[in-house]
Design a protein around this ligand. Sequence first.
Ligand code: SAH
Length: 287
Amino acid sequence: MRYYEFTFIVAVNSRDALTQKVLAMGCPGVVENDKGFVAYFPESLDINFISKELVLFKTILKNSGLASDFSFDYTLLPDTDWNETWKESFKPMEIGSFTILPPWEKKSEGRINLIIDPGMAFGTGHHETTRKCLVLLERFSNECGKGRLLDVGTGTGILAIAASFLGFEHITAVDTDPLAIDAAQRNAALNGVSNVEIISGSIADTCGVYDFITANLVSDVLSLMAGELAARLNNPGIAVLSGMLRGQEAGVIEAMEGAGLTVTEKIFDGKWVSIIARAQAEQTRHD
Ligand code: SAH
Protein backbone atom coordinates (compact mmCIF):
# COMPACT_ATOMS: atom_id res chain seq x y z
CA MET A 1 0.00 0.00 0.00
CA ARG A 2 1.14 3.52 -0.69
CA TYR A 3 0.88 6.46 1.70
CA TYR A 4 0.32 10.18 1.46
CA GLU A 5 2.96 12.22 3.26
CA PHE A 6 1.50 15.44 4.68
CA THR A 7 4.04 18.08 5.73
CA PHE A 8 2.62 20.52 8.27
CA ILE A 9 4.13 23.86 9.20
CA VAL A 10 2.42 24.81 12.41
CA ALA A 11 2.99 27.06 15.45
CA VAL A 12 4.12 25.27 18.61
CA ASN A 13 0.96 26.04 20.61
CA SER A 14 -1.39 24.39 18.12
CA ARG A 15 0.84 21.43 17.22
CA ASP A 16 -0.68 18.98 19.70
CA ALA A 17 -4.26 19.81 18.83
CA LEU A 18 -3.48 19.35 15.14
CA THR A 19 -1.62 16.09 15.85
CA GLN A 20 -4.69 14.76 17.65
CA LYS A 21 -6.87 15.79 14.73
CA VAL A 22 -4.74 13.91 12.17
CA LEU A 23 -4.54 10.82 14.41
CA ALA A 24 -8.33 10.89 14.76
CA MET A 25 -8.64 10.98 10.95
CA GLY A 26 -6.73 7.72 10.56
CA CYS A 27 -3.09 8.79 10.47
CA PRO A 28 -1.24 6.09 12.42
CA GLY A 29 1.71 8.24 13.46
CA VAL A 30 3.50 11.55 13.05
CA VAL A 31 7.17 12.53 12.98
CA GLU A 32 7.88 15.90 14.58
CA ASN A 33 10.40 18.36 13.23
CA ASP A 34 11.47 21.97 13.91
CA LYS A 35 8.70 23.58 11.91
CA GLY A 36 5.84 21.22 12.68
CA PHE A 37 5.44 17.58 11.78
CA VAL A 38 5.00 15.08 9.00
CA ALA A 39 1.95 12.81 8.99
CA TYR A 40 1.24 9.73 6.90
CA PHE A 41 -2.18 8.63 5.63
CA PRO A 42 -2.87 5.35 3.80
CA GLU A 43 -3.80 5.88 0.15
CA SER A 44 -7.13 4.14 0.82
CA LEU A 45 -8.39 7.14 2.84
CA ASP A 46 -10.31 9.96 1.17
CA ILE A 47 -7.63 12.62 0.82
CA ASN A 48 -10.06 15.30 -0.39
CA PHE A 49 -12.12 14.80 2.75
CA ILE A 50 -8.99 14.99 4.93
CA SER A 51 -7.88 18.21 3.23
CA LYS A 52 -11.32 19.79 3.74
CA GLU A 53 -11.41 18.71 7.39
CA LEU A 54 -8.00 20.30 7.91
CA VAL A 55 -9.16 23.58 6.45
CA LEU A 56 -12.22 23.49 8.76
CA PHE A 57 -9.94 22.71 11.68
CA LYS A 58 -8.30 26.11 11.27
CA THR A 59 -11.55 27.68 12.46
CA ILE A 60 -11.63 25.41 15.50
CA LEU A 61 -8.07 26.39 16.39
CA LYS A 62 -8.90 30.04 15.94
CA ASN A 63 -12.01 29.76 18.12
CA SER A 64 -9.93 28.02 20.81
CA GLY A 65 -7.49 30.94 20.85
CA LEU A 66 -4.68 28.85 19.32
CA ALA A 67 -2.52 29.83 16.33
CA SER A 68 -4.64 28.96 13.32
CA ASP A 69 -2.26 29.83 10.48
CA PHE A 70 -0.84 26.36 9.80
CA SER A 71 -0.06 25.28 6.28
CA PHE A 72 0.30 21.85 4.75
CA ASP A 73 1.30 20.17 1.58
CA TYR A 74 1.05 16.53 0.59
CA THR A 75 2.50 14.06 -1.80
CA LEU A 76 1.88 10.39 -2.59
CA LEU A 77 4.97 8.37 -1.67
CA PRO A 78 6.17 5.48 -3.77
CA ASP A 79 5.87 2.12 -1.97
CA THR A 80 9.49 1.75 -0.97
CA ASP A 81 10.01 5.09 0.76
CA TRP A 82 8.00 4.25 3.82
CA ASN A 83 10.24 1.61 5.34
CA GLU A 84 13.32 3.68 4.65
CA THR A 85 11.77 6.66 6.44
CA TRP A 86 11.17 4.56 9.52
CA LYS A 87 14.58 2.95 9.45
CA GLU A 88 16.22 6.34 9.48
CA SER A 89 14.10 7.74 12.29
CA PHE A 90 13.65 4.65 14.48
CA LYS A 91 16.66 4.22 16.75
CA PRO A 92 16.79 2.06 19.92
CA MET A 93 15.41 3.79 22.99
CA GLU A 94 15.73 2.97 26.69
CA ILE A 95 12.54 3.27 28.73
CA GLY A 96 12.64 1.91 32.30
CA SER A 97 13.90 -1.68 32.11
CA PHE A 98 13.08 -1.87 28.41
CA THR A 99 15.13 -1.20 25.33
CA ILE A 100 12.74 -0.62 22.44
CA LEU A 101 14.42 -1.45 19.17
CA PRO A 102 13.52 -2.15 15.57
CA PRO A 103 14.21 -5.66 14.22
CA TRP A 104 17.32 -4.55 12.33
CA GLU A 105 19.19 -3.20 15.41
CA LYS A 106 21.38 -5.21 17.81
CA LYS A 107 19.85 -6.23 21.16
CA SER A 108 21.19 -4.62 24.39
CA GLU A 109 22.64 -6.93 26.99
CA GLY A 110 21.08 -6.94 30.45
CA ARG A 111 17.93 -5.19 29.30
CA ILE A 112 14.43 -6.34 28.38
CA ASN A 113 14.64 -6.05 24.60
CA LEU A 114 11.26 -5.23 23.07
CA ILE A 115 11.33 -5.42 19.29
CA ILE A 116 8.95 -3.14 17.44
CA ASP A 117 8.48 -3.17 13.71
CA PRO A 118 6.12 -0.21 13.51
CA GLY A 119 4.63 -0.78 10.07
CA MET A 120 1.81 1.73 9.88
CA ALA A 121 0.77 1.64 13.55
CA PHE A 122 1.31 4.10 16.39
CA GLY A 123 3.54 3.09 19.30
CA THR A 124 7.30 2.99 18.81
CA GLY A 125 8.12 4.50 22.19
CA HIS A 126 9.18 7.73 20.53
CA HIS A 127 5.98 9.49 21.54
CA GLU A 128 5.87 10.91 25.08
CA THR A 129 2.57 9.23 25.92
CA THR A 130 3.79 5.76 24.93
CA ARG A 131 6.96 6.29 26.99
CA LYS A 132 4.94 7.42 29.99
CA CYS A 133 2.55 4.46 29.70
CA LEU A 134 5.47 2.03 29.66
CA VAL A 135 7.03 3.64 32.73
CA LEU A 136 3.71 3.64 34.60
CA LEU A 137 2.91 0.08 33.55
CA GLU A 138 6.24 -1.08 34.96
CA ARG A 139 5.91 1.07 38.10
CA PHE A 140 2.36 -0.01 39.01
CA SER A 141 2.40 -3.59 37.74
CA ASN A 142 3.46 -4.92 41.14
CA GLU A 143 0.62 -3.21 42.99
CA CYS A 144 -2.06 -5.61 41.83
CA GLY A 145 -2.34 -9.18 40.63
CA LYS A 146 -0.45 -9.91 37.40
CA GLY A 147 -3.29 -12.02 36.07
CA ARG A 148 -5.17 -10.41 33.19
CA LEU A 149 -4.27 -7.17 31.46
CA LEU A 150 -6.29 -5.30 28.84
CA ASP A 151 -4.61 -2.89 26.41
CA VAL A 152 -7.18 -0.67 24.70
CA GLY A 153 -5.84 0.86 21.47
CA THR A 154 -2.78 -1.33 21.27
CA GLY A 155 -1.25 0.20 18.11
CA THR A 156 2.00 -1.68 17.52
CA GLY A 157 1.23 -3.83 20.58
CA ILE A 158 4.08 -2.23 22.51
CA LEU A 159 2.32 -2.04 25.91
CA ALA A 160 0.73 -5.49 25.57
CA ILE A 161 4.09 -7.10 24.75
CA ALA A 162 5.76 -5.18 27.59
CA ALA A 163 3.08 -6.54 29.94
CA SER A 164 3.91 -10.06 28.83
CA PHE A 165 7.60 -9.44 29.61
CA LEU A 166 6.62 -8.00 33.02
CA GLY A 167 4.96 -11.30 33.92
CA PHE A 168 1.24 -10.80 33.28
CA GLU A 169 -0.38 -14.18 32.64
CA HIS A 170 -2.84 -13.24 29.92
CA ILE A 171 -3.05 -10.07 27.87
CA THR A 172 -5.89 -8.93 25.65
CA ALA A 173 -5.03 -6.21 23.13
CA VAL A 174 -7.72 -4.48 21.09
CA ASP A 175 -7.60 -1.90 18.31
CA THR A 176 -10.15 -0.63 15.83
CA ASP A 177 -7.53 -0.10 13.12
CA PRO A 178 -6.75 -3.18 10.97
CA LEU A 179 -3.24 -1.85 10.31
CA ALA A 180 -2.59 -1.81 14.06
CA ILE A 181 -3.89 -5.39 14.36
CA ASP A 182 -1.42 -6.50 11.66
CA ALA A 183 1.44 -4.67 13.36
CA ALA A 184 0.58 -5.99 16.84
CA GLN A 185 0.40 -9.58 15.56
CA ARG A 186 3.73 -9.22 13.77
CA ASN A 187 5.36 -7.70 16.85
CA ALA A 188 3.99 -10.32 19.25
CA ALA A 189 5.57 -12.97 16.99
CA LEU A 190 8.85 -11.02 16.68
CA ASN A 191 9.11 -10.96 20.48
CA GLY A 192 8.11 -14.60 20.88
CA VAL A 193 5.20 -13.82 23.22
CA SER A 194 2.31 -16.25 23.04
CA ASN A 195 0.01 -14.95 25.80
CA VAL A 196 -1.13 -11.80 23.98
CA GLU A 197 -4.55 -12.20 22.41
CA ILE A 198 -5.10 -9.56 19.73
CA ILE A 199 -8.69 -8.62 18.91
CA SER A 200 -9.88 -6.37 16.12
CA GLY A 201 -12.38 -4.06 17.82
CA SER A 202 -12.68 -2.14 21.05
CA ILE A 203 -13.39 -2.62 24.73
CA ALA A 204 -16.97 -3.69 23.94
CA ASP A 205 -15.50 -6.78 22.23
CA THR A 206 -13.80 -7.99 25.42
CA CYS A 207 -15.27 -9.88 28.32
CA GLY A 208 -14.56 -10.58 31.98
CA VAL A 209 -12.53 -8.35 34.27
CA TYR A 210 -8.87 -7.34 34.19
CA ASP A 211 -6.37 -6.63 36.96
CA PHE A 212 -4.69 -3.93 34.90
CA ILE A 213 -5.84 -1.80 31.97
CA THR A 214 -3.73 0.44 29.75
CA ALA A 215 -5.42 2.89 27.39
CA ASN A 216 -3.35 5.48 25.53
CA LEU A 217 -6.13 7.23 23.61
CA VAL A 218 -7.39 10.77 23.17
CA SER A 219 -9.41 12.49 25.93
CA ASP A 220 -12.82 12.30 24.28
CA VAL A 221 -12.50 8.59 23.61
CA LEU A 222 -11.35 7.94 27.18
CA SER A 223 -14.29 9.89 28.62
CA LEU A 224 -16.80 8.05 26.42
CA MET A 225 -15.27 4.74 27.48
CA ALA A 226 -15.37 5.46 31.23
CA GLY A 227 -18.33 3.15 31.99
CA GLU A 228 -16.84 0.25 30.03
CA LEU A 229 -13.42 0.75 31.62
CA ALA A 230 -14.98 0.68 35.09
CA ALA A 231 -16.93 -2.47 34.19
CA ARG A 232 -13.80 -4.25 32.96
CA LEU A 233 -11.53 -3.33 35.89
CA ASN A 234 -11.18 -5.91 38.64
CA ASN A 235 -11.35 -4.77 42.26
CA PRO A 236 -8.61 -4.20 43.21
CA GLY A 237 -7.31 -3.15 39.82
CA ILE A 238 -5.35 -0.34 38.20
CA ALA A 239 -5.86 1.55 34.94
CA VAL A 240 -3.18 3.68 33.30
CA LEU A 241 -4.98 6.21 31.12
CA SER A 242 -2.94 8.46 28.88
CA GLY A 243 -3.08 10.64 25.79
CA MET A 244 -4.67 13.71 27.41
CA LEU A 245 -3.33 17.16 26.82
CA ARG A 246 -2.89 19.45 29.82
CA GLY A 247 -6.25 21.00 30.61
CA GLN A 248 -8.19 18.04 29.19
CA GLU A 249 -7.62 15.78 32.18
CA ALA A 250 -10.36 17.32 34.35
CA GLY A 251 -13.11 16.09 32.01
CA VAL A 252 -11.63 12.58 31.85
CA ILE A 253 -11.25 12.43 35.65
CA GLU A 254 -14.87 13.53 36.08
CA ALA A 255 -16.01 10.81 33.67
CA MET A 256 -13.92 8.12 35.44
CA GLU A 257 -15.12 9.13 38.90
CA GLY A 258 -18.69 9.33 37.60
CA ALA A 259 -18.27 5.71 36.48
CA GLY A 260 -17.17 4.69 39.98
CA LEU A 261 -13.38 4.66 39.59
CA THR A 262 -11.05 6.59 41.89
CA VAL A 263 -8.32 8.67 40.28
CA THR A 264 -5.33 8.46 42.61
CA GLU A 265 -2.51 9.99 40.57
CA LYS A 266 -2.12 12.65 37.91
CA ILE A 267 1.23 12.56 36.15
CA PHE A 268 2.25 15.61 34.13
CA ASP A 269 4.83 15.21 31.38
CA GLY A 270 5.31 18.45 29.47
CA LYS A 271 2.07 19.01 27.61
CA TRP A 272 0.75 15.55 28.33
CA VAL A 273 -1.14 14.14 31.29
CA SER A 274 -1.63 10.54 32.37
CA ILE A 275 -3.83 9.39 35.22
CA ILE A 276 -4.01 6.32 37.40
CA ALA A 277 -7.56 5.18 38.07
CA ARG A 278 -8.38 2.43 40.54
CA ALA A 279 -11.37 0.33 41.27
CA GLN A 280 -10.89 1.01 44.97
CA ALA A 281 -10.94 4.21 47.02
CA GLU A 282 -7.59 5.77 47.93
CA GLN A 283 -6.31 9.17 48.85
CA THR A 284 -5.37 11.39 45.88
CA ARG A 285 -1.65 11.88 45.29
CA HIS A 286 0.07 14.03 42.69
CA ASP A 287 3.60 13.92 41.32
N1 SAH B 1 -0.92 1.72 22.81
C1 SAH B 1 -0.04 2.31 21.84
C2 SAH B 1 -0.78 2.98 20.71
C3 SAH B 1 -1.58 4.20 21.13
S1 SAH B 1 -2.24 5.09 19.72
C4 SAH B 1 0.90 3.29 22.54
O1 SAH B 1 0.73 3.54 23.73
O2 SAH B 1 1.79 3.81 21.88
C5 SAH B 1 -3.95 4.82 19.91
C6 SAH B 1 -4.46 3.56 19.25
O3 SAH B 1 -5.81 3.42 19.65
C7 SAH B 1 -4.47 3.61 17.73
O4 SAH B 1 -3.84 2.44 17.22
C8 SAH B 1 -5.95 3.65 17.35
O5 SAH B 1 -6.25 2.91 16.18
C9 SAH B 1 -6.59 3.00 18.56
N2 SAH B 1 -7.96 3.42 18.88
C10 SAH B 1 -8.51 4.66 18.76
N3 SAH B 1 -9.77 4.66 19.22
C11 SAH B 1 -10.02 3.40 19.66
C12 SAH B 1 -11.16 2.77 20.25
N4 SAH B 1 -12.27 3.43 20.51
N5 SAH B 1 -11.06 1.46 20.57
C13 SAH B 1 -9.93 0.76 20.33
N6 SAH B 1 -8.84 1.30 19.76
C14 SAH B 1 -8.88 2.60 19.43
